[in-house]
Design a protein around this ligand. Sequence first.
Ligand code: SAH
Length: 491
Amino acid sequence: MWKKPCVYLVGAGPGDAGLLTCKGLELIKNCDVVVYDRLVSKEIMALIPEETEKINVGKNVGDHPVPQWRINEILLEEAQKGKRVVRLKGGDPFVFGRGGEELELLVENNIEFQVVPGITSSIAAPGYGGIPVTHRDYCSSLHIITGHGKNDSEAEINYDALVGLNGTLVFMMSVSTSATIAENLIRAGMDKNMPAALVENGTYGKQRKLITTLEKLGETVIRENVKSPAVILVGKVCSLGDKFDWFDKLPLKGRKILVTQPKSKASKLAEKIKSLGGEAVLYPTIRTKWIRPISPDVRNFDIVGFTSEAGVRSFMEYLREEGLDSRELHGLDIAVVGPATARALEEYGIKADFIPEKVFDGKTMGLEMVKEGFALKHQRVILLRAKEASRDIVTVLRDAAIEVEDYPVYETEYIMDNDVGEPEDFDIITFTSKSCVDGFVKTRGKTDFTGVKALCIGKQTAAAAEEYNFDIIVSEMATIDSMVEKLEEIL
Ligand code: SAH
């Protein structure tokens, strides 16, 4: 699969990142450059490694898309530089995706290519709208039609033929021409009460589905201010859209939630929000940078403490870099702050000896270590943590006459080139660490967030958010699951 140079024409699916194919994911993670356009969701773009070159051909200076001939040239030029190129397109690349046109120049120049089909919005958007595009009791064929011709002309559609088909009609690129399409179908003899539907932003958390009739299609588009991208469906199957409505019924449907976790960790919270029907907008404002070298010899201590997954990863990867392995921790007791950190450690084949019963924060971890007799007087503890971590745990342990070395193994950098609109546009903002709060505030350029709801993972995070006047809600426990439960409860 990893040919070089080669152009992979990859379908990104309709929007929900879960609908990208395994093969597509593999390619975007391992190629040299991704050439993408406007229909590829942000969520999918976030799966591409930061260091991979990305070329946006959806918009140019002044908001004009890059012309097709130029896109074709870009693909050729990148391949000729010897790169593995992914041409990433919304839905399926061959379904009104100009995929065919983009291959012509490559063939002429003997550039190798492969095609990775995607899930087309013409079927996925109705699917998320509870509309089965073919149902044996309602139709015998399915037709995908464009409402737009080449070079922005009106499409030439044979309406008489369509009416005679007894099929489901799916119109793409047709929001602006929907009234004309409906009129023409009625004129050609279709029943004006034929069920019709619109699915806007299909498979996204912000998806909207409207069920109407052919006669009312045009006015529905105007009244509801339907915007592209949307698919328009005409046919008896549309009447099933209410009965099979599953997506709109999900508990977080219609809710817009900002996820401020770093990119490497954001997927779990975002995934859960999405699986409950919510719209999770990723806004990573920080990234973690490992600190090197890690000088202390852990074997001089009795207990090693990790208060985050990042701490575990930084330390374990450091061992690897140094040609060492987990045996460096042989004979030492290991304490972690919670199950996620314990799981990270397990990936390296190590079981934690101590996990606090209730997951809150470093301070609680310290208190429980002492209370449970896990850390004893005069023992030596090394904490491998974030440079900017709170010192509470150190104080707690030292108060119990335990020797503590607080050693930073990673630090936080802020990401400034980020834009997601205003915090007020969201139902709630989620903060999963104090540094996420700090990062968010830094990138917004203001310090007063009165009226903005914030769900915080623990007391320390909440305390950080309080300083900026957020409306604060704290999850029962310091876990992602507990945060998600809270979201369901309050939204
Ligand atoms: N190759 C794409 C289609 C590109 S043409 C595919 O297979 O899906 C662009 C049209 O696709 C839009 O005008 C709209 O009709 C449809 N479309 C794309 N993404 C959509 C989405 N998420 N929801 C609804 N319609 C979508």
